[in-house]
Write a protein that binds this ligand. Structure first.
Ligand SMILES: [Fe+2]
Length: 249
């Protein structure tokens, strides 16, 4: 069974981005468990590389929805029940395709980014599209970027601050994280990440810009190594998945 069938979600491509519909629920039920992040908030909080480029894009083209999160655990009964049993929250994150620029060469649309308040990990699973997971361990110089495509999963160990950006198309991610982990957005606010991912639409080329706030940062880019079986584990062995989310790096 496909991961999307286990999660009971339908996904369509529209342009370079994806639309998602949890099966069997009305628009109101889904909307009440969905939140959207716009570029203006990210520029205001200085979590993107170039705030001026963000403001210019908003002035010329309006404030885009960069990504949205659907908290499946809030309304899908099976996922809610497994969540109560295991303590794991299952969410969908849909990052629209876009670059923060009016010239077509800019930072790729990304999530705000956060750390966890408790020492607990998280797994992201790509259901559709392409993404890069950007993570770094505060206090070390290392930033790791993991390039992911459909079917890839990646483990984020405790303590690593993380965000995800789209690739040359949007992405739909399923995330599994203990409810107890909590979100620490202060780890990112007015700081950003050691490296930000840029894309030149004309040349089709990705580049990585070092954030001057992180003087000694170093970058490692790798390709994801396929599935960890997390989606299936959530449905069949949720307590085993819970143990996976408590693993050290
Ligand atoms: Fe997280």
């Amino acid at each position: 069974m496909e991961d999307t069938d286990l999660l009971e979600v339908s996904i369509w491509k529209q342009g370079k981005s994806y639309l998602v519909k949890p099966r069997g629920f009305g628009a109101d039920a889904v909307a009440s468990a969905t939140w959207k992040r716009t570029l203006a908030k990210m520029a205001q909080d200085r979590v993107i590389f170039d705030q001026a480029a963000g403001k210019e894009l908003i002035e010329k083209k309006g404030d885009p929805i960069v990504y949205e999160v659907i908290n499946l655990w809030k309304f899908a009964p099976k996922i809610a029940e497994l969540g109560r049993k295991s303590g794991i929250a299952c969410d969908l994150t849909i990052i629209n395709y876009g670059v923060i620029s009016t010239s077509g060469n800019g930072e790729l649309f990304c999530t705000y980014g956060h750390g966890h308040e408790k020492r607990l990990g998280e797994i992201y699973s790509v259901l559709a599209g392409k993404a890069s997971l950007i993570m770094y361990l505060p206090g070390s110089n290392l930033t790791r970027v993991v390039r992911m495509g459909k079917g890839d999963e990646c483990y984020i160990p405790p303590d690593w601050v993380h965000r995800t950006c789209c690739g040359d198309e949007g992405v739909v991610l399923a995330g599994f994280v203990p409810h107890a982990a909590g979100h620490d957005y202060e780890a990112v606010r007015a700081l950003g990440f050691p490296y930000h991912v840029f894309y030149d639409e004309k040349g089709g080329k990705v580049s990585y810009k070092r954030n001057p706030r992180f003087e000694n940062a170093s970058l490692e880019t790798v390709d994801a190594e396929g599935s960890l079986g997390a989606v299936k584990k959530f449905f069949t062995e949720p307590l085993e998945l819970k143990r996976m989310l408590e693993k050290e790096a």
